[in-house]
Design a protein around this ligand. Sequence first.
Ligand code: ATP
Length: 540
Amino acid sequence: MKFKQALKFPHVFQFPAANRSAIFAAMANSSEDLPKIISHAKEYGFVFQSSEIYDGLSAVYDYAQNGAELKKNLREYWWKSMVQLHENIVGIDAAIFMHPTTWKASGHVDAFNDPLVDNKDSKKRYRADVLVEDAMSKVEDKIKKEVEKAAKRFGDTFDADMYRATNPRVLEYQKKIDDTKARFKAALEASDMTELRQIIIDLEIVCPISGSRNWTEVRQFNLMFATQLGSVAEESNTIYLRPETAQGIFVNFLNVQKSGRMKIPFGIAQTGKAFRNEIVARQFIFRMREFEQMEMQFFIRPGTEDEWYETWKATRMAWHKALGFPESKYRFHDHIKLAHYAKAACDIEFEFPFGFKELEGIHSRSDFDLRQHEEHSGKKLQYFDPELNQGYVPYVIETSIGLDRLFLATLSHAYTEEKLEDGSERVVLNIPPFLAPIKVAVFPLQKDEGLPEKGREIMNMLKYDHICVYEEKDNIGKRYRRQDAIGTPFCITVDHQTLQDNTVTIRDRDTMKQERVAIAELPRIIGDRVSMNNVLRKLV
Ligand code: ATP
């Protein structure tokens, strides 16, 4: 993989650092913060429940005026890093509807199932695998707590690894995890639903609503939405809303390779809607029935998959970390159950307010998908490798991230409640400036005396490069707070001095410091701070 050559960093305007030690800032970190984030997202025009006037549709959401901009910027960050920065990756936009045999070939018709279980008392439905995974994480948390307690007790001399390896209570917890993992893996691999239920019973998992252990049998449930093509309802007309975007890439593999004269290794990227009839759809936009994926399939020579798997793991983690959120918020999680064709698979997990959960999947998929499509279509999907002078079905490394989950990760990390030096409070969204929905707000100090006209001039100068808003209602303090709550990195105030010397004050969202600068300097100052390219350059 080759990256295009990086340009040099332009001069970056630096605001003086505020005395942030005097500001108490609380980030959204716990599950109690989720309701606050949801109501903030609604109040400030980020995310609305779909069809709210009809009491909403479960697990379906609409992106509002600010949410649509943030989502577009996140998508662009992904697209540019994948397609624009890699000479050997191209992007496509395949249809949501596909020939039904696609889903037979991919295995979705037969095996895209989740195991579901009901609690007979609360009548609530759960994913059996999620119940078991959550129970295991609780035991892991217990180990973490034991280690933290011991670290406090022993001070500097404490050796965490040694403690984990010798402390009887920790060893007992670890054994419980290891034994459960082994049983769980075997049950999933054998699709043994009776054993899966038994694990739930043995772990003494209770329903959080009823508090009882009165569970039904575990059953498999297919997650695809089916509909009819045309007007005649025959089974042969049944088509599906795609449950992933990847298959649109696989079936076009040869078309893209030939029309783009692509040489292996090369990638095909795509963003688009996917649909899953999720059994348990909770946690806001984390698990939706209609969502957006950003997927890339990287086609490689068989035998090079381990190397490329590691490369893509590192590349994707670097991409996440370039967003500037704390490194401790990310971790890799290897899949317990591998599909029979998969050589390796892991998730990049993010610490959401409700704990570490999957944000992105990275999968080494062998030649499984292309071979399946060869078999079902009767068409060859081979690549002729001129260096080897031989044809083969390429292997694939896949990276697959949910745009909505990335949105939630960004929003939940950005949501901050601050107590300021003067005792007042503010809610600010510390969204990385290049992703912020609105980059600049322009405020004339008054509604008259020529200040609005000057404000409009500044708007006209900046609006071709950035999304800007103009506001003259309310006092300046209130206007600042409103923009803080949306995450606008810059507020520009036009005052009487502006009319004399063409300077304005520019206020930084994070430090709240104001600087007086020449209007002519605004494009450079703002351009540097909100530049996506400056972040993309860090990836090279
Ligand atoms: P999970 O285990 O959470 O159900 P998955 O392993 O089924 O996810 P993949 O099939 O690997 O997910 O899909 C790739 C990515 O698509 C996920 O990492 C996630 O970010 C996103 N995604 C999957 N299902 C949903 C959903 N229902 N709502 C929002 N995003 C989703």
